[in-house]
Design a protein around this ligand. Structure first.
Ligand code: NAD
Length: 498
């Protein structure tokens, strides 16, 4: 059985103890094993990163950027192989895997501009003969912990910019699909990154806790489920670290009566069922304003759900692959049964789906619930599967009130042709990322990504301008060169700028 090793100080490091199984979700077969880092292995990665950091910190940003230019090219050259690995372990279609890789590469492109991003701020004559400036210095060793659902893109939200800013990085990818995360990180070695600046360690909770508790690790970026995000945030902060922890979601799309229903239905299909609903920005709730809107949306979506092409993600031309694990599929099935018990109407039922030749795979067809109410678990909790819930309200204001009362606030979308309604929605909705007729409003790499409420713990969002601030510390320097032509004297008043 092939083993996925750690990558420390530019070398592969095999498991010293336990390993974890990696399953191909399309077949249900274990295809690889991944090393589960013990405390000594985590310390080895920390030591390698710490030893490499000082020289990298002092490397000019333009030289650091050159590594990122080469890294981007290597990712493009290796894209087909990486996409195959993503699809094989995660289950998503290869076209979708290519999409996440491309969105990940955008973050490398942003990091290529790091000399510009780190220019700092300067004030000449901030006081008499005094110049003042702020520069932004790297933190040291920083770590990232990432979820299974974007094994390429989410790590790339973090380390290209962290490294371009002058830090050394330790990535702990998801143990469910770590091979592509490792394969991508290794390309940095080929791109000429000094050994020890990028390290990958594998494992689960214990590996993560060792990173949170290590005093040498100065900052943690986490993306995953809300309970874990919250605990990492509080434990990391208690340890004096800078932490950004992005959590789960329940993303609502509001459909107004004036919306183009065919367009809303088409884009909702992708947003609800793409990647089997295993996206933190997936739309899992459609809030229809008025019964007539709900009926028209349901009638338009029903045949589209029945026509979903589902199979192993590594085959071309499909809409959906399997869910990531058998346990996760069972969890989603449990939610469907819960929805039925609580009185929701299952309009499209994907539970009986069987994919010929892949009977052991973790497949589930598209599911559509109508008559969902806010007190139901299927509405309150993140299902993370191909299940779309329809709620009915009687006004845009009622929709806004409903969404604002939900514990999550990651993404949302409004379908309408009414500019005033769109503006009111954008102004009043308590959600971090908002789309108007755009169901997956994932910001481009030169903005930043983050939810509100219990979808993000911390202050700064992921990637883009916020991440430059997250991965650097401001140092404010005031400098005076006394003139030989002036006599100095003691000044007892608190110095002011004028
Ligand atoms: P998860 O929380 O189970 O795991 C995420 C990471 O944390 C993995 O690397 C895992 O090994 C580690 N981990 C798991 N349990 C831990 C524990 N008790 N202590 C410390 N570390 C632990 O999440 P997942 O199932 O891999 O990913 C799906 C979740 O991620 C969903 O809730 C989804 O909404 C969320 N997500 C959020 C965003 C976002 O940007 N907000 C993006 C992608 C995914």
């Amino acid at each position: 059985m092939q083993q996925v090793p750690h990558f420390i100080g530019g070398e592969h490091v095999s498991a010293t103890g336990a390993t974890l199984d990696i399953t191909n979700p399309a077949t249900g077969q274990v295809i690889r094993q991944v090393a589960d880092a013990d405390a000594a292995t985590i310390q080895q990665a920390i030591d390698a990163a710490q030893a490499a950091f000082p020289a990298w910190r002092d490397t000019p940003p333009a030289k650091r950027a050159q590594v990122m230019f080469r890294f981007k090219q290597l990712l493009e050259d290796n894209a087909e192989r990486l996409v195959q690995l993503i699809s094989e372990e995660h289950g998503k279609t290869s076209e979708d895997a290519m999409g996440e890789l491309k969105r990940g590469i955008e973050n490398i492109e942003y990091a290529c501009g790091v000399p510009e991003l780190l220019k700092g701020e300067y004030s000449h004559n901030a006081g008499p003969s005094i110049d003042a400036w702020s520069n932004f210095q790297p933190l040291g060793v920083v770590a990232g912990i990432t979820p299974f659902n974007f094994p390429a893109m989410v790590p790339l939200w973090m380390y290209p910019l962290a490294i371009a800013c002058g830090n050394a990085f330790i990535l702990k990818p998801s143990e469910k699909d770590p091979t592509s995360s490792l394969a991508i990180a290794e390309l940095l070695d080929q791109a000429g990154l000094p050994k020890g600046i990028m390290n990958v360690v594998h494992g689960g909770r214990e590996s993560v806790e060792a990173l949170i508790d290590a005093p040498e690790v100065k900052a943690l970026s986490f993306v995953g489920s809300t309970p874990v995000a919250e605990s990492i945030y509080s434990r990391g902060c208690a340890n004096g670290k800078r932490v950004q922890a992005l959590g789960g979601a329940k993303n609502h799309a509001v459909v107004l009566p004036d919306a183009d229903i065919e367009n809303a239905a088409n884009t909702l299909m992708g947003a609800a069922f793409g990647s089997c609903g295993e996206r933190c920005m997936a739309i899992s709730v459609a809030v229809c304003v008025g019964d007539d809107t709900a009926e028209r949306l349901i009638e338009t979506m029903k045949p589209k759900i029945a026509a979903l092409k589902i199979g192993p993600g590594t085959e071309k031309g499909l809409d959906m692959g399997p869910l990531v694990t058998g346990a996760h599929r069972d969890k989603v099935l449990g939610y469907i049964e819960d929805g039925l018990r609580s009185g929701a109407e299952l309009i499209a039922d994907g539970r009986e789906l069987s994919v010929a030749g892949h009977e052991q795979g973790f497949f589930l067809g598209g599911c559509l619930f109508d008559r969902v109410t806010p007190d139901m678990r299927i509405y309150q909790e993140e299902i993370f599967g191909p299940v779309l819930c329809i709620l009915r309200v009687d006004s845009l204001d009622a929709a806004i009130e409903l969404i604002n009362a939900h514990e999550f606030g990651n993404g949302t979308c409004l379908f309408t042709r009414d500019g005033e309604a769109a503006r009111r929605f954008g102004d009043n909705i308590e959600v971090g990322m908002v789309g108007i007729n755009v169901p997956l409003p994932v910001p481009v790499a030169y903005h930043s990504f983050g939810g509100w409420k219990r979808s993000l713990f911390g202050d700064l969002h992921a990637y883009g301008p916020d991440a430059v601030r997250f991965y650097t510390r401001r140092k404010a320097i005031s400098q005076r060169w006394p003139s030989p032509f002036e006599t100095s004297h003691a000044e007892f008043n608190f110095p002011s700028g004028s």
